[in-house]
Ligand binder design. Sequence first.
Ligand code: FAD
Ligand code: PYC
Length: 434
Amino acid sequence: MPDATLSLHPRRSARPSGPTRRYSAWSLLREGFNGQRGWAPAWADSVPRPTAYNAIVIGGGGHGLATAYYLAKNHGLNNVALLERGWIGGGNTGRNTTIIRSNYFFPETANFFEFALGLYEGLSRDLNYNIMFSQRGMWMLGHDRHGLEVLRRSANAMRLNGIDAELHDAESVRAHIPGLNRSPRFPILGGLNQPRGGTARHDAVAWGYARAASALGVQIIQNCEVQGFIVERGHVRGVETNLGVIRADTVGMAVAGHSTVLAGKAGVRLPISSYALQAFVSEPIKPCLDTVLLSPATGAYISQSDKGELVIGAGLDLYLSYAQRGSLPWMERAAAGVVELFPAFSRLRFLRQWAGIVDVVHDSTPIIGATDLGGFYVNCGWGTGGFKAIPAGGWCLAHHMATGKAHPLASAFGLDRFRTGALIDEASAAGIAH
Ligand code: FAD
Ligand code: PYC
């Protein structure tokens, strides 16, 4: 008997119950012959239950969805509600340039991002959903003596941390990346490649986690904005939303650029500033760039999507903002950087431009863990680089929410560090000036 509280829409009212849930060569073939009529909905669209949940996760981006999934999968908590004020993946998770890498400097961050990369390597299989993870390499270019020194230092640190790293001289960079300008204004003196880095389809990461979490019983509630918290004697007991009160004694929050505003409603102050970061794509062209390139001196980063569009990212707007637009000067600057690197791309037209609101912390290291409010946990501070961290961010927040203890991989990422001063300054690994 379907649970009547799940949804208003009869087709999407229950947990996936159609005959074909698992994606496989066999089910694709069978549905091909069946007119594609037998597929179950990828995830169930729910409405809140009146009874209390074991846990609430706020934010249907990658980190929130991964948290909900690992709460159910790793800790057996399936009475979990995930609350998203818009649609899942509609925040930064669906707005980024999809770069995945683990070339961080300090052991704490290197181990954490390497763990994320390892999870990404098995994620399509784990979720039974193709996230189109493409390990096409990730290059950082060195444009001057100092830039090269930074790359050498990074390469050494990466190897010491057991992470794949290759240093290349200028000729080798050109041999690997055809089309690079031979005499750019910022000469290319060398590059650092992480061969296991690459890209994944960002929507698929959100959808894959949603589908797998839903299959384990997590309720995904979209168009549900958290507007306040129910707090009793220093402990969170639930949240107030536009759909009414939803109760749980454990609440995790993963709302990126809106972290300070929302945590403020729970009386928790976070050391985060919110800025717009923008990206754009060109019209689609034939395959011409088979790797990912980041050029710190020009501020541009670029890759080519499977659709053929060049995906180009810009720098961080220099003023605080919640407007998901991005400014024209930074767009012009990024385009100029790309044309400087690849003169042939100057003939291309832009197709789309957008921005996301990113949550910047002054040491460029995430915040994962408990707050001073009992039962209230946060996952934020990803700044310009949290897409690559999604599996590990969700894993560690779920661990903390379920066990009450920080996961060893995230124990250095607590709010405590802003009291003790044990900051982990990863500004140079952030790729984009913060
Ligand atoms: P989000 O995906 O933003 O999810 C937060 C969700 O919370 C949103 O869906 C929002 O609607 C919801 N929410 C907010 N307030 C409420 C509320 N009150 N109630 C309920 N729900 C709420 N990272 C990389 O690793 N590689 C990259 O190449 C990269 N490029 C980027 C390029 C751009 C242009 C941008 C903007 C970001 C980029 N990033 C990149 C950063 C990365 O996208 C983010 O760090 C990551 O997606 C954050 O995921 P999240 O789940 O924390 O946040
Ligand atoms: O974190 O790799 C990254 C990144 C590149 C561009 C924006 N973020």
